[in-house]
Design a protein around this ligand. Structure first.
Ligand code: DX5
Ligand code: ZN
Length: 221
């Protein structure tokens, strides 16, 4: 399975969002990752459906919404309605997760469960039948540019070994760059979400290509 790269606009110049997204689209990005934060589940605030609706008019790439909010349910329909095709909710916020991910699928989007670095893997391995993908956080969610938590690679490896379907999409989010990406892919990650490594670089294209090249080379650069 080829690895997908999803730039996270959290680290982009949000005042020039259209040009930022066009840049990564022309550089070969596979998806656009949207970090939606409520200042409650995580100590940061970002944006919601109104901005996503406007952005969707300017890109053909699939939109992937990562909901870091205490109550994701009211956001699901509006986001799907804006054209978001992948939505992940945090297992830590969903006491009735089967209901929540079913709602995502009912709205025609792929349903993902996101898991924090300190949450036992069983929270996602028990529910894979209801999911289209799992998003493993490799930093504590809330901010871009944080240091990669090294134990995350082994978590991906253990999670991959527990999944029956080899092609099941395992996304990894936080501190992904050309140094960390190769071992994450070797461990079984299939989607790499990267914010500061791409939007913090002078050339988004060079940054994206260097992650891809590092993965292809299969070794830590
Ligand atoms: C963090 C977000 C990430 C963030 C990653 O809470 O979920 O998507 O943008 O940023 P980097 O790649 O800089 O760690
Ligand atoms: Zn994210």
């Amino acid at each position: 399975m080829s690895v997908r790269i999803a730039p996270s606009i959290l680290s982009s110049d949000l005042a020039n969002l259209v040009s930022e997204v066009r840049d990564v689209e022309s550089a070969g990005a596979d998806q656009i990752h949207l970090d939606i934060m409520d200042g409650h589940f995580v100590p940061n605030l970002t944006f919601g459906p109104p901005l996503v609706r406007c952005l969707a008019r300017h890109t053909a790439l699939p939109l992937d919404a990562h909901l870091m909010v205490t109550d994701p349910t009211p956001l699901i329909a509006p986001l799907a309605d804006c054209g978001v095709t992948r939505i992940s909710v945090h297992v830590e916020t969903c006491p009735h997760i089967q209901r929540t991910v079913s709602l995502i699928r009912e709205h025609g989007a792929l349903a993902g469960a996101a898991i924090n670095p300190g949450t036992p893997l069983a929270f996602v391995t028990e529910i894979t039948a209801w999911l289209d993908f799992i998003l493993v956080m490799s930093v504590n969610p809330g901010f871009g540019g944080q240091k990669f938590i090294p134990e995350s690679t082994d978590r991906i490896r253990r999670l991959r070994a527990l999944l029956k379907d080899d092609s099941f999409d395992l996304s990894v989010d936080g501190g992904v760059n050309a140094q960390t990406a190769p071992s994450l892919v070797s461990a079984g990650a299939t989607t790499l979400i990267a914010g500061s490594a791409i939007f913090g670089a002078e050339s988004r294209r060079v940054a994206l290509e260097s992650i891809r090249a590092a993965v292809a080379k299969g070794q830590v650069t």
